[in-house]
Design a protein around this ligand. Structure first.
Ligand SMILES: Nc1nc2c(c(=O)[nH]1)N[C@H]1C(S)=C(S)[C@@H](COP(=O)(O)O)O[C@H]1N2
Ligand SMILES: [Mo]
Length: 199
């Protein structure tokens, strides 16, 4: 005889259905940085996209904030097992920055002030899935969370969301970034628990 535990079907589809496997709900906003926080001034800030042929496209801070921005509210998932729901940002969608970039490349290396790097497929930066975020919770993004601007790719583990971002290098072949080089996954889908290479 089948035993159905009471309440199973009536379980609210709330927070728990938005927490990927192996994650717990975090209410604070932890800071996770592999090194010191670089102090990046908007006066000298630059964002540069380099294609596989070496062609460069660059934006100053004034260029960036002049572009139409969006206000995504998204859930974020760190590989150290915390997830945070309904975080609110303002940022420029990568679609806008990549619109005039001609490329045959399928992969991207994201570069940051301070030397951090992370790799992901180009497709994961397109179609409204990723932003150069410069506000969090209605205020300028703080330095410890990646200010003045960070990448925000909420559908992948949060190590892909490079803080203090300053450029993208388009790659025909995938290459590992900072954490990927020491065993973290090249893609990092939290719903498939792609924490480490081979997962
Ligand atoms: N430049 C840079 N970006 C980074 C990191 C870093 O060490 N340096 N850490 C990554 C990791 S592991 C996570 S979980 C998030 C943490 O972002 P937060 O400190 O804003 O929570 O940033 C990611 N981006
Ligand atoms: Mo992380």
């Amino acid at each position: 005889m089948a035993v159905v535990s009471p309440g199973f079907q009536g379980r609210p589809r709330s927070a728990d259905t938005r927490i990927p496997p192996g994650q717990y709900l975090e209410k604070t906003f932890p800071v996770l940085s592999a090194g010191p926080t670089p102090r990046v001034r908007t006066e000298t800030w630059q964002f540069e996209i380099t294609t596989e042929t070496g062609k460069k496209h660059s934006w100053s801070w004034a260029d960036l904030v002049a572009l139409p921005s969006e206000k995504p509210t998204v859930d974020i998932h760190c590989v150290t097992q915390w997830s945070k729901l309904d975080t609110t940002w303002r940022g420029v969608p990568l679609d806008a920055l990549l619109a005039d970039v001609e490329t045959e490349a399928d992969y991207v290396m994201v570069h940051s002030y301070g030397g951090y790097t992370t790799n992901l497929p180009l497709a994961d930066l397109l179609d409204g899935q990723a932003w150069i975020a410069h506000e969090y919770n209605g205020a300028p993004l703080s330095p410890e969370h990646g200010g003045p601007a960070r990448l925000l790719v909420p559908h992948l583990y949060f190590w892909k969301s490079a803080k203090w971002v300053n450029g993208l290098r388009l790659m025909v072949k995938d290459e590992p970034g900072f954490w990927e080089n020491v065993g973290y996954h090249d893609y990092g889908d939290p719903w498939r628990e792609q924490r480490y290479q081979g997962d």
